[in-house]
Design a protein around this ligand. Sequence first.
Ligand code: PRP
Ligand code: MN
Ligand code: MG
Length: 183
Amino acid sequence: TNIMMKDIKEIIIPEEVIQNRIKELGEEISNSYDPEDEVIMVCILRGAVIFAADLARHINLPVTIDFMDVSSYGQGTSSSGVVRIIKDLEENIENKHVLIVEDIIDTGLTLKHVVDMLKTREPASIKIVTLLDKPERRVEKQVEVDFNGFEVPDKFVVGYGLDYAEKYRNLPFIGVLKEELYS
Ligand code: PRP
Ligand code: MN
Ligand code: MG
């Protein structure tokens, strides 16, 4: 058993369930493009790296992988929704098919800004895949998600890329953190 299990209240998505769903998502994504299309996977650091790595191996298309790191101003409750680029893409996405890969969509503000930024670079297409969606938390700005792994309740979830204070990303499942650890 993982040494961090003591901090987990419950496992809500076990490892095998995640892996099976990723296989399905990979097939869905592959079938949604023309077989000739080259796809740039844009992994949003850092949470999406674990998911992106597993998903990439189930996409049957010529794929390249690039990374973007963004940070939202003001972690408080009244987030302006303004997102700053910490690390930009290395590749030019003009006329390319972009697949944005996220681990979770919470308020939706990060994704909204990433999509708006990338659209100005005139890619051939932009699609979005997220492993988790927390629809209860969504604020005014709605982004159309093309592929979604699981809906999760509004609980403090960690694991499989998702952190609390940068920890727990290496858990192979999605779990709920014990309340005494963050309250
Ligand atoms: C988390 C998560 C998403 C974003 C979702 O990233 O990985 O990227 O927040 O939140 P939102 O929908 O309310 O914008 P975080 O900023 O914690 O960085 P990390 O990926 O490095 O953990
Ligand atoms: Mn993130
Ligand atoms: Mg985080």
